[in-house]
Design a protein around this ligand. Sequence first.
Ligand SMILES: [Fe+2]
Ligand SMILES: [Fe+2]
Length: 200
Amino acid sequence: MTHRNNHHISLDIIQKEHEHLSVAIQGMLYFVRSIKNGNDTQDLKIFRTMLYYITEYPERIHHPKEDQILFAKIKERTHQLDNELDALSEQHSNGELLVHRLHDALLRYEFGGAEAFQQFHTLVEQYAHFYYAHMRTEEECILPVAKLVLNDADWKVVDASFIKNQEMMDETGERYNYDQMFAQICSFTPLLNEGTDRKK
Ligand SMILES: [Fe+2]
Ligand SMILES: [Fe+2]
């Protein structure tokens, strides 16, 4: 069996992007749970920042690279994960719709008050569950197989694609904007050092 280098920059980038997405989702959960516990003075702008971050970063940058490059390469090498990869790609497509629903629910809460809160809260909990499960499948089911089946030439393509993303964002200053948004989310979310709900 050929020895393969198991360290790939694309996997580091994916892992880091998942961690950031988890923090944004954890912030959303903290936001709605604290309202449920009686704190109705939360600044809705912070929730909008979380939604915007998720729309602009994972939805627009992270997921397309997974679909177009990583998942495509895995499918070239094996069909054992076709069903799982198709399901994940469908979830990528649905993600945008779910974010729209969260925007709507937030607006209804903003203008409808307490009566609209339950729906908003339920959608956030569902969204968190959906995304944690999605990332867990990628990390526990897809990436380990990718490490086994992709060859060095495949990894060069995958790594280059994810690195290019980072470089493009640096050139345009886009990454700075994301970092600023992420810093705001982190400063709002107090449970960062106590683990996330991801494994629940
Ligand atoms: Fe994904
Ligand atoms: Fe992902």
